[in-house]
Design a protein around this ligand. Structure first.
Ligand SMILES: Cc1ncc(COP(=O)(O)O)c(C=O)c1O
Ligand SMILES: N[C@@H](CCCC[NH3+])C(=O)O
Length: 439
């Protein structure tokens, strides 16, 4: 695997990230450990900004905070002039506590609870990405009761299928997300929002899926959406101020992945919107996107310590790490592929294929099935690449495994941004039946 960002192999043959030796990071903070190369996040955000500026359109880049949310990450996103996609009261709370400007927060969710809607209205989020009719009712009620006008984006499902894993594909008709366009749900929703004094219709949103490597799906979604926008223009004299094409821009997990530069997605989307709008005599809307993975995915590396080995001659050599599905559920959930190296002997050539197992009581707790490594022994440090998105964010305490710490590294400095959980943390919400009877 080609090293990315600030990662390099230093004179000791150790993997270094952000000028920090990963062997030292593991010694200081323990393993498993999530290490984020924050310079890489800055560069990614910059690349998206530059791509938009080059096209001269008004835009917002909303970081999809579901990919990785914590106070420090959201403060970094703010520093990078990103807006923020939040999907729950908890993500919104994190944004509030981070001091993220609420006017740049976009409130998502396919089943927003009345309390979450109320919280978002009260705090003045920039817009609601409304998913369904139930939510429209709740939102209207909340907006009226706060005597506020709320900005609304309608989430639509344009009927475009992204070529990705079924579970991370969202733009197809048969999806739990958004208003279905072909059955007329979009028309009804537009009428409802336009008729409500407490709502301002900003425009339309679609998100076709994740880990997408070409622009065809985005262009098709724009074309499809515009065929409806044209009819809403005719019927209601309404044209959108904003079109949001979601996130889903692919990243490199393995050598087989060949992601496009951020600029390519942006150029193709803008070209498609400009063409569609012009053809229908509509003004060019602002273009918004919602990248998660492409901002933080490749910036994250997980460090594990290798432990037990099991060799089944002629079948497979298993090596176990001190984490697994509790810090990275993606291989078990989506058969997601990863690559890694022995971080303390990063200059040695690979000799043997290993199956990398987690420590949970599940046969499916496998991180990789065929990872070529130099002969590895217990105590070696395994670095798994591109774990920055939906790794920590989807971590669990299954088997009562504490969630690992997270550090940001940059310019030879490491900073803990999420502490590792202790065993005491694991039981802090437990309510015992009685005081423990100690023998
Ligand atoms: C509505 C929406 N926007 C943005 C994203 C971010 O996707 P990704 O992290 O693949 O860029 C997602 C997740 O797939 C999503 O559901
Ligand atoms: N969690 C997912 C993708 C879906 C995210 C949001 N719709 C992943 O790890 O790839």
């Amino acid at each position: 695997m080609k090293l990315q960002g600030t990662s390099r192999i230093n004179e000791q043959g150790h993997l270094e990230i952000g000028g920090k030796d990963t062997v030292e990071l593991a010694a200081s903070f323990g393993t498993p450990l999530f290490v984020y190369d924050t310079q890489m996040i800055r560069e990614r955000a910059q690349a998206f900004h530059e791509a938009f500026r080059a096209q001269g359109v008004n835009y917002q880049i909303a970081y999809a905070s579901k990919a990785f949310s914590c106070l420090a990450m959201l403060q970094l996103a703010d520093e990078l002039n990103l807006s923020l996609d939040v999907v729950s009261g908890g993500e919104l709370y994190t944004a509030l506590e981070a001091g993220f400007p609420m006017e740049r927060v976009h409130m998502h969710g396919n089943n927003k609870a009345p309390e979450e809607i109320d919280m978002a209205v009260a705090n003045g989020v920039g817009c609601f990405v409304v998913d369904n009719f139930h939510e429209l009712k709740l939102l209207s009620k909340a907006a009226h009761s706060h005597s506020k006008t709320v900005n609304v984006m309608l989430r639509t499902t344009p009927g475009v299928e992204a070529h990705t894993h079924d579970y991370i594909s969202t733009g197809q008709e048969d999806s739990k997300f958004g208003f279905d366009l072909s059955s007329g749900q979009g028309d009804e929703a537009v009428a409802e929002v336009l008729a409500d004094q407490a709502m301002h219709l900003l425009g339309f949103h679609c998100h076709i899926g994740s880990q997408i490597f070409d622009t065809t799906g985005f262009v098709m979604a724009v074309e499809k959406l515009y065929s409806y926008i044209a009819s809403w223009d005719e019927t209601y004299g309404y044209a959108p101020e904003v079109v949001n094409v979601g996130g889903g821009f692919g990243i490199r997990y393995t050598e087989d992945d060949d992601p496009l530069a951020p600029g390519t997605y942006i150029e193709d989307v803008i070209e498609a919107v400009a063409r569609e709008a012009k053809q229908r005599n509509l003004s060019m809307p602002e273009i918004w996107i919602e990248p998660g993975r492409s901002l933080v995915g490749e910036a994250g590396t997980t460090l594990y310590t290798l432990g037990s080995e099991k060799d089944i001659p002629g079948v497979r050599r298993y090596l176990s790490v001190d984490g697994g599905m509790t810090d990275n559920i993606r291989p078990a959930l989506y058969e997601a592929a990863y690559e890694g190296i022995i971080a303390n002997r990063a200059d040695e050539p690979a000799k043997t294929n290993y199956a990398i197992a987690g420590k949970c009581c599940e046969s499916g707790d496998m991180l990789m099935w065929d990872l070529p490594l130099p002969d590895a022994v217990a105590g070696d440090l395994l670095a798994v690449f591109s774990t920055g998105a939906y790794g920590y964010a989807m971590a669990s305490n299954y088997n009562r495994v504490p969630r690992p710490p997270v550090v940001f590294v940059e310019n030879e400095e490491a900073r803990v941004v999420i502490q590792g959980e202790s065993y005491a943390d694991l039981i802090k919400l437990d309510q015992p039946l009685h005081a423990p009877v100690k023998a």
